[in-house]
Design a protein around this ligand. Sequence first.
Ligand code: PMP
Length: 412
Amino acid sequence: MAVQKTSPFDPASVRKDFPILHRKVHGKPLIYFDNGATTQKPRVVIETMKRIYEKENSSIHRGVHHLSNRMTEAYEEARNTVRKFIGAANSHEIVFTSGTTGSINAVATSFGEKYVGPGDEVLVTVMEHHANLVPWQMLCEKKGAHLRAIPMNDRGELMLDHLDSLFTERTRILSLTHVSNALGTINPVKDIVARAHERNIPVMIDGAQAVQHLTVDVTDLDCDFYVFSGHKIYGPTGIGILYGKEKWLEDLPPYQYGGDMVDQVSMEKTTFNELPLKFEAGTTNYIGAIGLGKALEYLQGFGLEAIAAHENHLVDYATNYLGQVPGVRIYGKARERIAIFSFRMENIHPYDVGMILDKLGIAVRTGTHCAQPVMQHFGIDGTLRASLAMYNTTDEIKRFVSGLRTAISMLT
Ligand code: PMP
């Protein structure tokens, strides 16, 4: 990835770019540790989208007039920004969708329709978000195919020794997460892709929790599809990315039909538009796409390496501090991880702790994190999850841990 750094990384000054971080909740300064669910937006994203709605809005691709042309240009520039950000070779390999869920459903529908049949197998892992599990499960049910899963150990790492026996003659695709949203594990996706490719098995990677923390280069990974959501990478909601290698996007059928994705239409026959428009039926979320482009440019201003260095420091700091709280059990202790902490406290339900933290202005998530098989693996009904981002600080971690101690004293 070509990174153009324009600003040194300083969390205190980064925080100034995010208006919401300066508000209070229940009279206390907000500590936002729910970034795995969605991230907050820098001013440049908010203001770009506001300016477009106020001064530039017009539907793309179909107009001859100034505003429409201007919007089309900005939309295509955003596509190119995404291309550079993930190291793709061609802009037409970048499809705008509604989000990770939309992208995965698109591949499950389109690829599944063409390549998955009775008796075939689709491989996922036990640590998938439901978004990368249920679409495949439904496809398998519909087609009479079988869903198989790579298991994990108690550290929350994939048991890759099992991979060779899970790849069979019938495996049509492997779809796996780059980073677990429930455990924080970073999976060695490059090696996994190489091993799958030795068997001619294509691989889709769910990057929803990865692109905002790690430098991702889809050309280097050599994955066949890579998907992520705008709202988890400091961009707007309702926009996402489906990267697909040209050979696949050319080969696969559209998954939605309508305006813009067609070339010639008569009452007898329809031919489809070229890539990537073949996969962008209807009026897309073009303002969201432009907002996402701004978010990625904003990150490139610091460089992902600088952001990762800061976040790695937060991982060490939080692991150390959390480990000192009596009765805390962290789920997910992978050697390679991001700053997502899933944990429970002895004899206390996560929900009760979450409620007390909320009263202290601390936003964490409680529950199964849309990853029920992960909870089933550990035999628990949910966890508390603190998920950190570039704008979080060690001071916030201290206040969060002191909030946990308060919760313990109130609940025991
Ligand atoms: N995959 C992972 C790993 C996720 O964390 C999420 C969101 N929590 C999704 C998929 C779904 O993303 P979205 O809701 O933005 O479509």
